[in-house]
Write a protein that binds this ligand. Structure first.
Ligand code: I6G
Length: 675
């Protein structure tokens, strides 16, 4: 091939790859699987290797190249990068809205652009004639640091703008961040490699961006969302005069913008937007710490101008902080239902994530070690959403001289049995089984809980009292309680006691899956209990099952099979079961499903990507109901892969192995066919 032909082929490949990248990152609508993208990329790399003289600066292969020669050298911002004023409540936002109206001496309903405030790092990216020529940190707002080669490696940052009507010089500003999932994965890798783990996605993003070697940045899952335009030169008229439309325009030029951005008329709609984003916060794929509201009309923005270092036309309304510092006073060791010993930090109460927190989990011994935490330390506590508060780090320079080591106990703090930690397991366990008061109490709570026997009115607090007062020793004892005994308990009266006795009578008739789940066999959750019941059909057959037979059940591997097998060989577990049958626990027998009720029997499915009309658990349950086995990983034995949106490596593997791939539509079709 002569050079003009190669140049043409390179052009085609580059433009195809740029299109795919744009569809994936900006439009959120990929048209080809990742494997196809990778294949084209390899083709481009090979061709460029043969013809290095034809490599262009904006070739997709150049994202992970470049030297760090100008890394961190100062960059003067031609238009200063300002900061934002903050509001911490709706009233403060309303006051801001009123200030705007007063200043403009007009009474009108202001239109705002509403944007989630991503918890990342502000950066400026300069495009000249459409080519990315420089990227810089915000720094002090006047002078930042050059991070061009690092920013070029960010997957969704275009090296060249799309189209041709962009201004000759265009500075785009936005946030570089690390999505939550990428952050979790990176920390797992760091842990496995005995490297430093990052405290939160923001720190991970900062650490990843400030690397002298851009290859390290390239290996980190960073993304960028544009939030405004800075310097503009030439063809200024190409820019819209509403901020929200400008953002829209940036996407047409190939720049990614956060999908949750919206506009609102007046303060009330802004309050509503803030509340809505607050509710969605935990489900967003990235961390945010508030919402930025900007007057949408650019002319009005100009009229309002700036005060000190912040614009008068924008404000950041913040959520309550999710991290706070406090003192770790003491560590207690809790014993769970399966004997797992969890160290719990008792804290000087602190207001974090919207509530007062006085306890936080330290997970296990390895975590205490990893954090290097001592009693008396000042620690950073994080509470996000409904997740149990965590100790995320130690503020080491505040360590007092009398800080004490945390000693993990060798004996159970409740029953004094030995504590054992199996090779390769992070969790240490009390070996006392149901002889341990703590394990018994937790097992009894589990038995009465909603997904198990679901006894109305038998909540955790009441179970605790009944166990503490030795009125119940095993679960069968619940059914022997009378109204007088129950009426004596705290916050109980004749009426609620009598209701509870009736609820216990009703609960005696249950189902085999619920009964199995209620026994609290290790690793046997709701789904496994249902699979065991549907496979063995009755309790006797399950009790007698061998390890091999147990492993024939959907989703039951060696470990679960061992737990089930050993459970039914422990005398005291058999006594618990017999006592329950003696007090009258019963369930209707399960009929074996006929062949045509199990049309997918013998077929193995794997689910991947995001499904639009159902969640993966629903799809899994439905497939299992039709007799299919649903596995977590692809192998030559897999019959079908159901690929939802953004299916990744599993899809590639399925294609490599020649496994049939079904779309969500085809899966739904399958369900309707058999319903
Ligand atoms: O620091 C910021 C974060 C997010 C911003 C910002 C933003 O918009 C979503 N917008 C402006 C105008 C400024 N800082 C100055």
């Amino acid at each position: 091939m002569n050079n003009p032909d190669v140049a043409k082929q390179l052009d085609v490949l580059r433009s195809q790859l740029n299109d795919y990248n744009y569809q994936y990152y900006v439009l959120d609508d990929p048209s080809v699987p990742d494997a196809e993208y990778d294949r084209l990329m390899r083709e481009l790399e090979a061709l460029e290797e043969k013809h290095p003289e034809l490599i262009s600066h904006d070739s997709p292969t150049q994202k992970v190249s470049g030297q760090a020669s100008d890394a961190f050298t100062p960059v003067q911002h031609e238009v200063p990068m300002l900061s934002l004023d903050n509001a911490f409540a709706d009233e403060e936002f309303s006051a801001f809205d009123k200030r705007i109206q007063d200043r403009l001496k007009r009474s009108w309903t202001v239109e705002y652009s509403c944007e989630p405030k991503l918890d990342g790092l502000a950066v400026s990216i300069l495009y000249e004639q459409g080519l990315l020529v420089r990227a810089a940190t915000r720094g002090d707002g006047q002078v930042g640091e050059n991070i061009t080669n690092n920013v070029k490696t960010i997957a969704n940052v275009p090296l060249r703008l799309r189209g041709n009507n962009y201004p000759q010089r265009l500075e785009v500003r936005g946030e570089v961040f690390m999505p939550k999932q990428g952050f979790e994965k990176l920390n797992e890798q760091q842990k496995a490699a005995d490297k430093k783990v990052f405290v939160n996605p923001r720190n991970a993003a900062a650490g990843s961006l400030r690397q002298l070697d851009p290859k390290i940045t390239a290996s980190r899952p960073l993304l960028f969302y544009a939030y405004s335009v800075g310097l503009v030169e030439g063809e200024v008229e190409a820019l819209a005069n509403r901020h929200s439309e400008r953002l829209q325009q940036l996407t047409i030029w190939g720049l990614p913008v956060c999908k949750e951005i919206d506009t609102a008329l007046g303060a009330q709609q802004c309050h509503d937007y803030f509340a809505k984003i607050g509710q969605q916060r935990d489900d967003l794929s990235y961390e945010i710490d508030g919402v930025v509201f900007k007057v949408n009309d650019i002319e009005v923005q100009k009229e309002l101008g700036f005060v000190a270092r912040a614009p008068r036309w924008a404000i950041a309304q913040k959520f309550p902080a999710q991290e706070q510092m406090t003192k770790l006073l003491e560590v207690e060791f809790q014993v769970g239902r399966t004997g797992a010993i969890t160290p719990v930090a008792r804290l000087d109460p602190v207001f974090v994530g919207g509530v007062t927190v006085s306890n936080a989990t330290l997970h296990n011994q390895d975590e205490i070690h990893r954090l290097g935490v001592k009693k008396g330390d000042t620690v950073v506590i994080r509470r996000a959403g409904d997740v149990i508060p965590q100790v995320v780090s130690v503020v080491s320079h505040l360590r007092p001289e009398d800080a004490e080591n945390i000693v993990f106990p060798e004996h159970c703090p409740v029953c004094e049995s030995n504590i054992e930690k199996l090779e390769g397991e992070a969790v240490a366990r009390c070996t006392g089984g149901l002889f341990c008061g703590a394990q018994r109490k937790e097992a009894m709570k589990h038995f009465a809980s909603r997904k198990a026997l679901d006894v109305d009115g038998l909540g955790d607090k009441l179970v605790e009292q009944l166990v503490d007062q030795k009125l119940v020793k095993g679960p069968a004892d619940f059914f022997k309680l009378d109204v007088a005994q129950l009426a004596n308990m705290e916050r109980m009266g004749e009426k609620s006691a009598s209701n509870l006795v009736n609820a216990l009578i009703t609960a005696k008739t249950t189902t085999l899956p619920k009964f199995l789940y209620s026994l609290g066999i290790r690793e046997v959750g709701e789904t496994t209990a249902a699979n065991l019941a549907n496979h063995f059909l009755n309790l006797e057959a399950l009790k007698e099952a061998s390890l091999e037979q147990l492993q024939e059940v959907n989703d039951v591997g060696v470990i679960v099979a061992q737990h089930v097998f050993h459970f039914f060989r422990e005398q005291h577990n058999l006594e618990v079961i017999n006592d329950l049958l003696d007090v009258g626990l019963n369930w209707p027998s399960i009929e074996a499903k006929s062949e045509d009720q199990q049309p997918l029997n013998g077929q193995t499915f794997v689910l991947t990507g995001t499904l639009q009309t159902m969640d993966r658990n629903q799809a899994k349950a439905q497939l299992q109901g039709l007799g299919a086995k649903v596995s977590g990983s692809i192998s030559a034995k897999t019959h079908f892969l159901v690929a939802g949106e953004k299916a990744g490596s599993k899809l590639t593997k399925a294609q490599d192995l020649g496994v049939e791939v079904l779309t969500e539509e085809e899966l739904i079709h399958l369900f309707t066919q058999y319903s």
